[in-house]
Design a protein around this ligand. Structure first.
Ligand SMILES: NC(=O)c1ccc[n+]([C@@H]2O[C@H](COP(=O)([O-])OP(=O)(O)OC[C@H]3O[C@@H](n4cnc5c(N)ncnc54)[C@H](O)[C@@H]3O)[C@@H](O)[C@H]2O)c1
Length: 311
């Protein structure tokens, strides 16, 4: 087990590179026959990504702490792409040794990674002065899970011949910071920050053929939002499959920020909310003024006017 020590670009073990690109625009990936590694692949958005990328002909590696879920999704993916093209690797992304084992397994089996989707996440609740144990859990998985994977995989990925893409799953909660779960919001704000940094560092690394992308799901009906408790998908939520198909479209366009709408919040409303949140800082309003009694009405007017200007 070791972190990568490669120091030059290596010929692709997955040559020939006569794959059909799904991203013809800027080479930001994915090619039929290449490998997608998806953390949190046993459920929700990660499981849907495994299925949809398998449909595009990719070899699939799913990594998750949920072993029963991994088996179920691996079976489904094997029916699409064949069982020789699926690896299910029990992995706790918050543990560096698990992530190193995952990387070694992937590189021993296929020698490179085309899509790395850092998607494992939990929504444990921590408030500003409560839930210290939950804070540690959320930061360990949502933030250090990604840090561990980046530190382990990227040193090898930057020396691959074939292009590769890293997709980190953030959240609108990491951008507009709605009150309710300070720990989750802080973890996802950190994911935005580290993914922006990753994009910058990758594009300034000579010969690196890797792009970074921040997936910002809307409201998606998954384990995290109550699906496992049973019941119907709320009309306002998107399915995990809808989210992944949207993500693949935006990857094809070479987008860094992949802000997904849902059936409740359209793109323009997200844009106005994001601009308002930035305006708190730029204009010196109180923190989270969108939810402040003196500004709530102003915010609502701002959105109404913004939407009216678009009509
Ligand atoms: N569902 C939404 O509305 C929504 C919105 C914004 C962002 N997200 C993000 O999307 C990502 C996927 O979540 P989802 O909605 O599909 O929920 P989900 O609960 O269905 O899937 C999350 C998966 O991560 C796995 N996981 C948790 N801890 C892990 C660990 N330590 N190591 C490895 N795997 C681990 C879980 O077992 C699960 O399979 C998360 O990062 C979440 O924060 C979801």
């Amino acid at each position: 087990m070791s972190l990568s020590t490669h120091n030059s670009r290596r010929p692709s073990p997955l040559r020939p590179t006569s794959f059909d690109p799904i991203t013809p625009v800027n080479g930001a990936l994915a090619y039929e026959g290449q490998v997608a590694v998806i953390t949190g692949g046993a459920s929700g958005i990660g499981a849907a990504a495994a299925v949809e990328l398998a449909k595009l002909g990719m070899k699939i590696v799913i990594a998750d702490v949920n072993v029963a879920g991994l088996k179920k999704v691996a079976k489904e993916v094997a029916q699409i792409i064949g069982e020789n093209n699926v690896l299910a690797v029990p992995t706790d992304v918050s543990k560096l040794e698990d992530v190193v084992r995952l990387k070694d397994k992937v590189y021993e089996t296929w020698g490179e990674v085309g899509i790395l989707m850092n998607n494992a996440g939990i929504g444990n609740k921590g408030t500003s002065w409560g839930g210290l144990d939950e804070w540690h859990k959320v930061i360990d998985v949502n933030l250090f899970g990604i840090v561990n994977v980046q530190q382990t995989f990227v040193p090898a990925m930057i020396h691959q011949e074939n292009p590769a893409a890293i997709i980190n799953t953030g959240s609108k909660q990491g951008i507009t910071n709605p009150p309710g779960n300070a720990a989750y919001n802080a973890s996802k704000a950190a994911v935005k920050s580290l993914t922006e940094g990753l994009a910058h560092e990758l594009r300034n690394t000579p010969h690196a053929n890797v792009t970074a992308h921040l997936l910002i799901p809307g409201w998606v009906w998954t384990g995290l939002t109550g699906q496992t408790d049973g019941g119907e998908k709320p009309p306002g939520a998107w399915t995990a499959q809808e989210t992944v198909l949207y993500m693949i479209d935006k990857l094809r366009e070479g987008k860094f920020y992949i802000v997904c709408p849902d059936n409740e919040t359209k793109k323009e409303v997200d844009q106005l909310r994001i601009l308002w949140a930035a305006g708190d800082v730029a204009e010196g309003r109180p923190a989270l003024s969108r939810w402040h009694k003196d500004y709530k009405a102003l915010f609502e007017e701002y959105v109404k006017e913004g939407l009216a200007q678009l009509d």
